[in-house]
Design a protein around this ligand. Structure first.
Ligand SMILES: C[S@@+](CC[C@H](N)C(=O)[O-])C[C@H]1O[C@@H](n2cnc3c(N)ncnc32)[C@H](O)[C@@H]1O
Length: 219
């Protein structure tokens, strides 16, 4: 009887250890895959924006700073990397990530819903990912983006179209013509053109169901 109980206990321990190892292995695979996907996308952004080691770049709505640090590492200390966010918690995360990697030239900026809060004409290139559809005041934000770029500077907007399955999900504060979570590339291109940008190219299938709208500030 004692032996049976001991064996059952041992089997339970082995089962729990096996489950723990499987979860840890799956987490590691997932994290590695995510990191590789971010590296790949950052590399594509680098090429599409013609970035160089001395470029002055900004990321708008950087989230936890995963792209900011990847681009900043490629630029190096002779360039400038601005990283903006609305959310103070995320501003703190970006600072932490940049400090951990000794990226002293990353300047973290608290943006506003209608203003990048970047210095005028500070940048050769600006990018944002999954941020445009959150803009509650796109007209003011686009005017501010135009002002933040040098003449001839480029802006890359990565976003995704609304999914009809999620058409009930409106982004709080966003204009009603978005019709769900996301935004159609045609609206992005039209609004940026109205703001004074010139469309350079639109890339479908950027990563998954994302597209990239690349625009340029006229000289
Ligand atoms: C879905 S998250 C995307 C985060 C990150 N870019 C990524 O790809 O993981 C959208 C982020 O945009 C930020 N955001 C929205 N409007 C913004 C604005 N006008 N200026 C700066 N950040 C903004 C939000 O605070 C939020 O963290």
């Amino acid at each position: 009887m004692m032996d049976r109980a001991r064996n059952q206990h041992k089997a339970k321990q082995i089962w729990i250890a096996g489950l723990g190892i499987t979860i840890a292995a799956l987490t590691l695979i997932f994290v590695t895959h995510q990191s590789q996907a971010l590296n790949y996308e950052a590399g594509r952004l680098w090429r599409i924006l013609n970035l160089q080691s001395d470029s002055k770049v900004a990321e708008i709505g950087a989230g936890d700073g995963a792209f900011t640090v990847r681009i900043a590492e490629k630029i190096g200390s002779s360039g400038t990397m601005y990283s903006t966010e609305l959310n103070p918690k995320q501003l703190h995360q970006i600072k932490q990530k940049a400090t951990a990697l000794s990226l002293k030239y990353v300047q973290v900026v608290q943006g506003a819903v209608d203003d990048t809060r970047l210095p005028p004409a500070c940048c050769d290139a600006i990018f944002m990912r999954h941020v445009y559809h959150h803009f509650s005041q796109p007209e003011q934000m686009n005017a501010s983006l135009l002002q933040s770029l040098q003449p001839g500077g480029q802006l890359a907007v990565v976003d995704f179209p609304p999914d009809w399955l999620l058409s009930f999900w409106e982004v709080k504060g966003a204009p009603k013509n978005r019709k769900g979570h996301g935004i159609r590339k045609e609206i992005v291109a039209k609004e940026l053109t109205q703001a004074g940008f010139k469309v350079v190219r639109v890339i479908d299938g950027w990563e998954g169901k994302n597209y990239l709208v690349l625009v340029r500030k006229p000289n």
